[in-house]
Design a protein around this ligand. Structure first.
Ligand code: 0A1
Ligand code: ZN
Length: 884
């Protein structure tokens, strides 16, 4: 091996290539190259001397040779921007170490050693928010996926599991609360106003689950008794002024703990469970063992400042992170290619939980809407990847809707095929077999085969093939028989030119045209390119209801009369299928309008049938408002664009607005009556009140397109009368897209009312930046100069610019101004917070599916970004893949 020169010289670290002088493109890491690590690290001790400007970390690692690894004479410890200080091996100062890039390599002659070294970090200077950083005067960590290496040197990979003991010491006034994973085992006061605490986590874990928090925080506390009688102390830590907004989060946590016991048989395994809310966070939340760290957005709520949607988001994310304690922590991932093993499964678990809390049908519709508006475009674009990717340059780029949401759909299909009871046998077997291990997707599949009794040989293709399968469906009728023909194709995606047919479980029913009834639902698994099924005993042609409950994440293309869609939209007993028929009816019309060449009479006929169904939906007394609100929602801009090979965002927007206006004019009386009735329902958090709030704003959304003056008056009145953020935000959202004077009045009022409340001011930014107002670009330019805009805070950046990427008139302005603005943002943000910057690349990457004029402008912006030599790994990878 290369001699370790210059021996033990800390100067070496400075010579390592930094992000600014990257010698070549970042390496491609391949799933097939996985090898176990040569060493085990059964124990680690971390001693922190805390300070915002400077924190000293002393790490002590017990290491042993891994019997499953290669015999190695050195150990590679990953680091990122660190310099090792005072390296000792077995208690003696060591010269036998060297730096290779940013990694520390230490010579180890024997089979077991103790390595110790120190590192020094500067939390206030950490704008990436990965590793140990400062937020609002407190210290906190984010280690997934590769943040631990920014704190200390370590084999920073999920298959190296260690038992952690952590001691923190720091000034008591700045950091009165000191938290880490596991249980607090000792604490005390030092001299000169310092104090310390020691925590021990008995459960071996990978480094990405390590966490530390130090700050001036207060807690809402509660207790939970587990099914075997263990008492758990629960605490949600926030700044003192936020304490009275933590009730909903605590309720959600307790419900999650109970539900996971009842539905999955999973019990909590420590004496303490802590949640901390931070205002600067790259993602939603993080499942660190026993110490979940949350974006404040997913903790804080009261009716005045949080919408019903925010309440649901909190319930879902609290559950998600809590459920990771088993699906992610007790059973973790062998390598990052297996990310969907924990994420897809945990998303399914949180979806099932929310279905149980809020009602199955509405939750399912919301989940499918998200999948189609985010994951489907990802799957049909340059960044398409299987739920278990084959390679990456930066793992941060693979925390995607594909890995999370399509991953959940894939496991949901297993559940659909097995049924809930056998599915539970599969998950029990999985948890039992792999508890304490770093597992793979293949391990999960095998447990499902053995425990749930499924044959998943062909089903494994869902893990390796990218792209949304297309299923063509047609139903013929002759004599007494109906014949169903199903045909599947899986589209070509980057790097995957040839695809195999996959097993696609389709729940379907044949409805009697007279009665609207059917004699039972069937599950058909389409696993060949083409299949024909005959159904006897139908004197008249039935109406087919297919992919009920969205049983498979596919795009259905069916030959069906609009009369049959109208029939299904009015009568289908599967709520999702009813929603689906309505969407299909509308998408069919909008696509036809955008493609042009329709004569007026045909267009009017289509609009009339849509209006006819919409009238039923708006007025049907048997429908609850929550579902009515879903059924009223028009398909979104991106989902419509998905149906076209090449889309013109301006034309889609115009067609969609025209339909909205037309519907509003035909149903004005009904919409006003709906708004009036719903306004009479008391505020409160029950289902009826929440449903009423949903339809109120829906009614305004339509009216704004048909009768803007009336909508302006009604929205202003709704705003003034609002006693919940749901009503207030809904009204302001509608006003933000209108031109009248109330827009400015209410925007000013809203700002003054909530100035200083970061989460609400985020809403103020995003309502304006995401609006349909024709001058949205100028508004966003002005907001970027507002004193409350702060490029270092990810919530604020997302609230301004992510909202903007969805605007047809702003982001997709025909002169390219919107694209330029996002490219400028990416370049400005990349050196500050690379993982957040890279998340703005996918909207520009859609260029191949956009009309040629805009496509050239989008591509031009991607090329301008790519020309910068000092891009982060994150942005470099996303931009080069997008240019393809
Ligand atoms: N595991 C978390 C997601 C997460 C990933 C990376 C983060 O750091 C940038 C933070 C959170 C989850 O699924 O909730
Ligand atoms: Zn997760």
């Amino acid at each position: 091996r290369t001699p370790s020169t210059p021996d033990g010289n800390p100067e070496m670290a400075d010579a390592a290539p930094g992000p600014l002088d990257r010698p070549s493109e970042p390496p491609l890491i391949r799933r097939e190259d996985y090898r176990p690590f040569d060493w085990l690290v059964p124990e680690i001790r971390l001693d922190f001397t805390l300070g915002l400007e400077r924190t000293l970390v002393v790490a002590t690692l017990k290491v042993e040779r891994n019997p499953n690894g290669e015999p190695a004479s050195e150990i590679r410890l990953n680091g990122d921007g660190l310099t090792p200080l005072d390296v000792t091996v077995d208690g003696h100062a060591s010269n036998s170490w060297r730096m290779e890039g940013s990694d520390l390599l230490v010579d180890l002659p024997g089979d077991a050693h103790e390595i110790r070294f120190a590192t020094e970090i500067a939390p206030v200077a950490n704008s990436q928010l990965m590793g140990l950083y400062a937020s609002n005067g407190m210290l906190c960590t984010q280690c997934e996926a590769e943040g631990f290496r920014r704190i200390t040197f370590f084999p920073d990979r999920p298959d190296v599991l260690s038992t952690y003991t952590v001691r923190m010491e720091g000034p008591k006034d700045a950091f009165p609360v000191l938290l880490s994973n596991g249980n607090r085992i000792a604490a005390g006061g030092g001299e000169d106003g310092t104090h310390w605490a020691e925590w021990h986590d008995p459960w071996p874990k990978p480094s990405y689950l390590f966490a530390l928090v130090a700050g001036d925080l207060v807690a809402r506390k509660d207790r939970f008794t587990t099914m075997s009688g263990r008492e758990v102390d629960l605490a949600i830590w926030v700044r003192a002024e936020d304490l009275d907004r933590t009730g909903h989060a605590m309720e959600s946590l307790i419900k999650s703990m109970k539900w996971d016991e009842q539905v999955f048989g999973r019990e909590y395994d420590l004496d303490q469970f802590n949640i901390v809310a931070v205002g600067d966070f790259n993602m939603g939340a993080m499942e660190n063992k026993g110490l979940n760290v949350f974006n404040t957005k997913y903790v804080l709520a009261d009716p005045e400042t949080a919408t019903d949607g925010d309440y649901d988001g909190i319930e879902g994310v609290i559950a998600h992170e809590y459920f990771h304690n088993w699906s992610g922590n007790r059973v973790t991932c062998r390598d990052w290619f297996q990310l969907s093993l924990k994420e897809g499964f945990t998303v399914l678990r949180d979806q099932l939980f929310s279905q149980d809390m809020q009602g199955e049908a509405v939750k399912r519709i919301e989940d499918v809407r998200l999948l189609r508006s985010v994951q489907f475009p990802e799957d049909s674009g340059p960044l398409a990847h299987p739920i278990r990717p084959d390679s990456f340059r930066e793992i941060g780029n693979f925390y995607t809707s594909t890995v999370y949401n399509k991953g959940a759909e894939v496991i949901r299909m297993m559940r659909t095929m097995a049924g809930p009871e056998r599915f539970r046998e599969g998950t029990d077997l999985y948890f039992g077999r792999h508890d304490g291990e770093a597992a793979t997707c293949e391990d999960f599949i095998r447990a499902m085969e053995d425990g749930a009794g499924l044959d998943l040989a062909q089903f494994r293709l869902w893990y390796s093939q990218a792209g949304t399968p297309k299923v063509e469906v047609s139903l013929a009728h002759e004599g007494e028989a109906a014949t169903l023909t199903l045909r599947q194709t899986v589209p070509v995606t980057p790097g995957q030119p040839d695809k195999q047919p996959m097993p696609i479980p389709l729940r379907l029913a044949l409805l009697d045209r007279e009665t609207g009834r059917h004699n039972g639902e069937q599950l058909i698994v389409l696993d060949k390119p083409e299949q024909v099924h005959r159904f006897e005993g139908f004197a008249a042609k039935p109406v087919l209801s297919v992919n009920r409950g969205f049983s498979a994440p596919v795009a259905i293309e069916r030959v069906i009369d609009s009369d049959d869609l109208v029939f299904l939209a009015k009568n289908d007993d599967d709520a999702f299928a009813r929603y689906e028929a309505m969407q299909e009816l509308i998408v069919g019309h909008l696509v036809a309008v955008v493609e042009g060449g329709l004569d007026e009479r045909v267009q009017d006929a289509a609009r009339s049938s849509i209006a006819e169904v919409m009238r039923v939906i708006v007025t049907d007394a048997a429908l609850d408002d929550s579902m009515r609100g879903e059924l009223m929602m028009l398909p979104g801009q991106t989902y419509i664009a998905e149906q076209l090979t090449v889309a013109d965002p301006g034309a889609i927007h115009a067609a969609r607005e025209a339909l909205k206006g037309w519907l509003a004019k035909s149903l004005e009386m009904e919409l006003v009556a709906l708004h009036e009735r719903a306004s009479g329902i008391s505020s409160g958090m029950d289902r009826a009140a929440r449903g009423a709030r949903k339809v109120k704003t829906q009614a305004l959304v339509f009216l704004a397109a048909g009768n803007p003056e009336l909508a302006e008056r009604m929205a202003a009145a709704q705003y003034d009368a609002a006693d919940t953020m749901t009503d207030r935000q809904g009204a302001l959202m509608v006003l933000a897209g209108l031109a009248g004077p109330q827009r400015t009045h209410k925007l000013i009022d809203f700002y003054n009312r909530f100035q200083g409340d970061a989460l609400v001011i985020d809403k103020w930014f995003s309502l304006q930046a995401g609006s349909l107002h024709p001058h949205v670009i100028e508004h966003v330019h002005a907001l970027a100069q507002h004193p409350d805009f702060n490029i270092k805070n990810p919530n604020r950046v997302r609230s301004l610019y992510m909202a903007f990427t969805g605007t047809p008139l702003g982001f997709h302005a025909a002169d390219g101004e919107g694209y330029r603005m996002i490219a400028d943002l990416i370049l400005a943000l990349d050196p500050i917070n690379a993982s957040t910057a890279a998340r703005f690349v996918p909207p520009l990457g859609r260029w191949r599916r956009i009309e040629p004029g805009r496509a050239a402008l989008m591509r031009g912006e991607l090329e301008r970004i790519a020309a910068h030599a000092d891009l982060s790994r994150d942005t470099f990878e996303q931009v080069t893949r997008s240019l393809g």
